[in-house]
Design a protein around this ligand. Structure first.
Ligand code: TRP
Ligand code: SF4
Length: 327
């Protein structure tokens, strides 16, 4: 057990898509080789924004875990669990709530942004304000050395470090560990319409998309506007289709560059070829996911094992926490 510890989580708020694969999941899979990993379904976090219709959270939890297993998150090596099934998360959150200054939370850039952006969700709430404190509890409970996150989560990581430092300072002890962010070098990967790939923009290709949909979605992608007809040479470096080749068919990039800049192939054909590559990437996953999804007991058993392992670890931390607090 000398490996460093990693904890990361995803909010179960819908289907996982290619953006999750490129930005997080592919990284999680390879981190398993060198770290002891905890991968958590952050269902409490999802509730903070989806409280009006929480039924989707359960569906997404099961569905997302099936995607994780499909993509190679290995329950033999990593602990896969659901946040709300380990009660210690809320206990530590309550303790953090006592000592986290309000200003740290209200000034958090993600809080202000989200409240503005998701107006219809009415998340100017007590719970949503505490979102980063809950995330800090998730991380601190498992003494995580590193947290793989995308750029957007860096403020939360910084807040976690501050909260941990404040805890250790107040109780004059080094019980909790200050985690390091492990910045996922997610190369720019955009949605079909050039915005961030996201369920709410409906600009995504899900990890189990069917072939016909893939064709349709890829053919809807925006390309270099300079290529009005096949005879106009293009600029692949500014084309989203070209950037997708990097992820799903990197060996073809040179050819694409050539046929685009020399106006040898048109965008329609270029997209058809990309679509083929994405189908080749997704089809085996879709098959495998169907098998896994059908084995409900197997999946619930993994989550049950994960809950036990996570809970044992979390309980140990809480014992130390209470001891230094004399509480
Ligand atoms: N806030 C993260 C997100 O939206 C999800 C999350 C919850 C998380 N707890 C975490 C990520 C702990 C890393 C570590 O993506
Ligand atoms: Fe983009 Fe391909 Fe069209 Fe070039 S040929 S602009 S890379 S879709």
């Amino acid at each position: 057990m000398s490996k460093k510890i990693i904890l990361s989580g995803m909010r179960p708020t819908g289907k996982l898509h290619l953006g999750h694969w490129v930005g997080a999941l592919s990284n999680w899979v390879s981190l398993q080789d060198s770290y002891d990993c905890f991968f958590m379904v952050a269902d409490w976090h999802a509730l903070m924004s989806e409280y009006k219709d929480p039924s989707t959270i359960n569906e997404s939890t099961f569905d997302n875990v099936c995607d994780w297993l499909t993509c190679g998150i290995d329950p033999e090596r990593s602990v896969i669990f659901v946040q709300s099934q380990v009660k210690e998360h809320l206990e530590l959150l309550m303790i953090f709530s006592a000592l986290v200054p309000l200003g740290w939370l209200s000034r958090c850039p993600t809080f202000k942004e989200q409240v503005q952006q998701l107006k219809d969700k009415e998340i100017n709430t007590y719970g949503f304000l505490g979102y980063p404190a809950l995330q800090a509890a998730d991380i601190a409970l498992y003494m995580a050395d590193c947290v793989p996150v995308g750029e957007d989560q860096l403020p939360h990581l910084e807040l976690t470090r501050e909260i941990v430092r404040r805890f250790n300072f107040i109780y004059a002890n080094e019980v909790l560990k200050e985690p390091q962010p492990l910045l996922t070098k997610a190369p720019r990967f955009l949605g079909l319409d050039l915005r961030k790939m996201s369920k709410s923009y409906n600009n995504y290709i899900s990890l189990d998309e069917d072939d016909e949909e893939i064709d349709k979605k890829v053919s809807s992608m925006i390309t270099d506007p300079a290529r009005k007809t096949k005879k106009d040479p293009g600029h692949p470096e500014i084309c989203n289709v070209y950037s997708y080749y990097s992820f799903f068919s990197p060996e073809m990039k040179q050819d694409v560059y050539k046929w685009c800049t020399k106006a040898e192939k048109g965008c329609v054909e270029c997209k058809k070829i990309l679509s083929g590559a994405i189908k080749e990437f997704i089809a085996p996953k879709r098959e495998k996911k169907m098998e896994i999804t059908a084995r409900k007991d197997y999946v619930y058993d993994i989550l049950d094992q994960g809950r036990k392992k996570a809970q044992a670890f979390a309980a140990k931390t809480m014992k130390e926490v209470r001891a230094v607090m004399k509480f």
